[in-house]
Design a protein around this ligand. Structure first.
Ligand code: NAD
Ligand code: UGA
Length: 457
């Protein structure tokens, strides 16, 4: 099939950037992105995109109105699509069977039911959302209900981009994975999708597999990445009581070619919309399949993350003479990582919640995520402030609690900050991001993560 029009259902953090890059790299393909939220579509059509992602503005500016269009979902948009990506959200289920672990597939199912009557025969459906293994089968059942002999191949094409580097990851992916049914129609559909990617991705990076392996590869990739973080975070706790240094350990083990250096940075814990959700999903599938031990093994990765976040926060309170009540604390960073305005499942949320419970006065500063922070924390009781200027946030504070390692925070004048703070002034560096000896020299008590604290008294 010669793909001339691609439709994407879901204009979120994945749908928007992914389709923008496809449009950029494939000028002969018309790419339409639709969403049920008219506000989100209006934002994609405005000067201020709903997603902050380095390089995204430029790509959208190049393609929007040329071969990239954002619009509200409609039957007309579906009717002439050759390929339909479904990139809707699949959050953890908050109710009923599997609540707190299983993914909520209602948006996926709604999308499939919306598409069904309008699709042209032979249109290829692509799972872009992260879904449990065998979801393609369920989707295929919804689409093929025996009422007509129309056929729609369902492919799995999970997305591996990381936020903050999404454009680079999409332009130069480590791999593109396409899972198909192992019959002629499935293989032909996979080739048609592979041809789209071949326009900029080298052949050896396009991997074909069966649908179930592709679906499970996505969950496994996230589980392995998160598992590395929890592993090094567990060692960071041990470092703090043995006077070993977790950064030195990461370097020492990361130089082993079998281990490799990436995803070994200890920190306050992983966040983001996917790691927790996808591991819980994996653990749930294992439980459902009677593999309780396997499920418990993966669940422990999330448990270790929760432990790390609460360990970090407990330390803040303990080092403030066991009370932060009434004390002003400056929280540096609310996004779940730098380079994004995304705050979903950010460790900062749990840190702030705990500090407010301890009756601290929390002042949050972040270069991109203050709007989302205010939304996430709406209705939370306590003294809470949002301050775009980090100097103003720190002034009068007893401590800086760094949760997100924005480059901006490194470039600050910490002597000026120290002079404006209550004394003793402390820095709790949840990402080992700042120059601890230099801060100590200025006069701060410095509490890095997984290292010996540098204190004056
Ligand atoms: P998101 O919430 O940012 O975007 C999803 C969009 O889908 C929303 O705008 C929502 O309004 C829209 N939507 C929901 N139901 C719809 C429907 N029936 N019709 C039209 N639009 C509909 O989510 P996201 O971060 O883009 O994630 C999407 C999927 O991709 C998830 O399964 C996620 O696990 C996966 N994923 C995310 C990332 C990431 O970095 N965020 C990376 C890889 C994979
Ligand atoms: C992650 C994966 O890296 C992507 O491949 C995947 O597509 C995506 O999830 C998804 O499925 O949503 P993302 O969550 O955007 O991407 O960002 P990461 O760079 O993986 O960081 C996740 C969290 O781990 C952040 O809170 C980050 O600060 C933390 N992290 C990362 C560490 O604590 N230590 C590290 O060494 C690396």
């Amino acid at each position: 099939m010669n793909v001339r029009k691609i439709l994407c259902i879901g204009a979120g953090y994945v749908g928007g950037p992914t389709m923008a890059v496809i449009a950029d790299k494939c000028p002969d393909i018309r790419v339409e992105v639709v969403d049920i939220s008219p506000e989100r579509i209006a934002q994609w059509n405005s000067e201020r995109l709903p997603v902050y992602e380095p390089g995204l503005d430029e790509v959208v500016r190049r393609c929007r109105g040329r071969n990239l269009f954002f619009q509200v979902a409609s039957p007309e948009a579906v009717a002439d699509a050759d390929v339909v990506f479904v990139s809707v959200n699949t959050p953890t289920k908050a109710f009923g069977e599997g609540a707190g672990m299983a993914p909520d597939l209602q948006y996926w199912e709604l999308a499939a039911r919306f598409l069904k009557p309008h699709l042209r025969d032979g249109a290829i459906i692509v799972e872009k959302s992260t879904v449990p293994v065998r979801t393609a089968e369920a989707i295929s059942r919804i689409l093929h209900d025996g009422q007509s002999d129309r056929h729609f191949p369902v492919l799995s094409n999970p997305e591996f981009l990381a936020e903050g580097t999404a454009i680079r990851d999409l332009m130069e992916p480590d791999r593109v994975l396409i899972g198909c049914e192992e019959d002629d129609r499935g293989r032909a559909a996979a080739q048609a999708l592979a041809d789209v990617y071949r326009q900029w991705v080298p052949e050896e990076r396009i991997l074909l597999s069966n649908v179930w392996s592709s679906e499970l590869s996505k969950l496994t990739a996230n589980a392995f990445l998160a598992q590395r973080i929890s592993s090094i975070n567990s060692i960071s706790a041990l470092c703090e009581v043995t006077h070993a240094d977790v950064t030195q350990i990461s370097r020492a083990i990361g130089t082993d070619g079998r281990i490799g250096p990436r995803f070994l940075e200890a920190g306050v814990g992983f966040g983001g919309s996917c790691f927790r959700k996808d591991i819980l999903n994996l653990a749930y599938i294992c439980q459902q399949q009677g593999l309780a031990e396997v499920g418990a093994y993966w669940k422990s990765v999330v448990d270790m993350n929760d432990y790390q976040i609460s360990r970090f926060t407990r330390n803040v309170v303990a080092r403030q003479f066991n009370t932060v009540a009434g004390k002003r604390l400056a929280l540096f960073g609310f996004a779940f990582k730098p380079g994004t305005n995304d705050t979903r499942d950010s460790p900062a949320f749990y840190v702030v919640k705990k500090l407010l419970e301890e009756r601290a006065h929390v002042v949050i500063t972040d270069p991109q995520a203050l709007e989302h922070a205010a939304y996430d924390l709406r209705g939370m009781e306590g003294e809470l402030q949002f301050e775009p200027d980090p100097y103003a946030a720190a002034a009068g504070s007893h401590a800086i609690v760094l949760v997100t390692h924005w480059e901006e925070f490194r470039a600050l004048d910490y002597q000026r900050i120290f002079d404006s703070m209550e004394k003793p002034a402390s820095v709790f560096d949840g990402r080992n991001w700042l120059d601890a000896p230099a801060l100590h020299e200025i006069g701060f008590n410095v509490y890095p993560l997984g290292k010996t604290a540098l204190v004056h008294y």
